[in-house]
Ligand binder design. Structure first.
Ligand SMILES: Nc1ncnc2c1ncn2[C@@H]1O[C@H](COP(=O)(O)OP(=O)(O)OP(=O)(O)O)[C@@H](O)[C@H]1O
Ligand SMILES: O=P(O)(O)OC[C@H]1O[C@H](OP(=O)(O)OP(=O)(O)O)[C@H](O)[C@@H]1O
Length: 213
C-alpha cells in the first residue's frame, strides 16, 4: 500500500497552477482546488497526498525539517532561503523574473541604497558586481522605495511589467528568471524514493505535452 506523501504547497498565486499541474499529471484529485477555503491541511485520500498550505516563503523550511516530504516553491524563495533541500524539477509555472529596478533618472551614487524583499539575493548580486550597497529589507510594495526616496534602486520581481509602468519605474537588468520548483526533503527522498520519483516522472511527462485550454 502506498504511504501518504506530505506536500508543502504555497498559498497564493502558485497554488492554483500547481494544483492544475498535479491533476494534469493524472493524480486523482477533485476539479475544485479549494483555494478559497481557510483549511490549512487538505487530504486527498485517493492520491495518498496531504497538502500543507503554507506561506510561500516558509515552504523550504517545512521541507528541510521533514514535516513535508516535498514542496512547491518559487526559485526566488529557494535562492533567498538557501535551505538544505533537493531541487527536483522545474515546474515551469508562476513564471516571472528577478530584476534591478529604478526611476528613469536614476544616477550612480556612492554606497547606494537598495530596497528588496530578497536581501540575500540582492547582496550576492551586488557583491559579485563588486559594488558596495546598503540593502534595506522591505516586505511588500517594494516599488514605493525609489518613488519616495527610501532607496536608489530595488531588487524585485517583474511579471507583466504593469506595476513598473503604472509607477513610472524602469527595469535595468534581469538577475535571473523565476519559475516554481518541486523540492524534496533529503531523507524523504531516500525513504520514499519510488513514490517521489513516480510523481516527478508523471509531472515531467505532463510538462512535455502542449498545455490544453
Ligand atoms: N507577478 C509576480 N509577483 C510575485 N511573485 C510572482 C509573480 N508571478 C509569479 N510569482 C511567484 O509566486 C510566488 C508567490 O507569490 P505570492 O504573491 O503568492 O506570495 P508572497 O507575495 O510571497 O506571499 P504573501 O502575499 O503571502 O506575502 C513568488 O515567490 C514567485 O515565485
Ligand atoms: O510585473 P507585474 O505583473 O506587475 O508583477 C510584479 C509585481 O508583483 C509582485 O507583487 P505582489 O503582487 O506579490 O505584491 P507585493 O508588493 O505585496 O509583493 C512583485 O513584487 C511586483 O510588485
Amino acid at each position: 500500500m502506498q504511504e501518504m506523501l506530505k506536500v508543502a504547497m504555497p498559498k497564493g498565486r502558485i497554488y492554483k497552477q500547481a494544483f492544475k499541474l498535479f491533476r494534469r499529471a493524472g493524480l486523482p484529485m477533485p476539479e475544485d482546488s479549494g483555494d478559497d477555503s481557510r483549511r490549512l491541511i487538505v487530504t486527498f485520500p485517493e492520491a495518498k497526498m496531504e497538502f500543507i498550505l503554507a506561506k510561500p516563503v516558509d515552504v523550504p523550511t517545512y521541507v528541510e525539517y521533514g514535516v513535508a516530504d516535498i514542496g512547491v516553491v518559487g526559485k526566488d524563495v529557494l535562492m533567498e532561503e538557501n535551505r538544505d533541500v533537493y531541487e527536483l524539477l522545474d515546474l515551469g509555472i508562476a513564471r516571472c523574473r528577478m530584476s534591478v529596478i529604478a526611476m528613469p533618472d536614476w544616477q550612480q551614487v556612492l554606497n547606494p541604497r537598495v530596497a528588496t524583499k530578497y536581501p540575500r539575493v540582492a547582496s550576492q548580486y551586488f557583491r559579485e558586481k563588486g559594488q558596495q550597497v546598503e540593502v534595506i529589507k522591505l516586505n511588500g510594495s517594494i516599488e514605493l522605495a525609489p518613488m519616495i526616496g527610501l532607496a536608489d534602486r530595488i531588487v524585485d520581481m517583474v511579471e507583466t511589467g504593469q506595476t513598473l509602468r503604472e509607477n513610472g519605474l524602469v527595469e535595468y537588468e534581469e538577475i535571473f528568471p523565476i519559475t516554481s520548483r518541486l523540492i524534496a526533503n533529503r531523507v524523504s527522498y531516500r525513504m520514499k524514493n519510488e513514490r517521489i520519483q513516480q510523481l516527478c516522472d508523471a509531472l515531467q511527462a505532463t510538462l512535455a505535452l502542449p498545455e490544453e485550454e
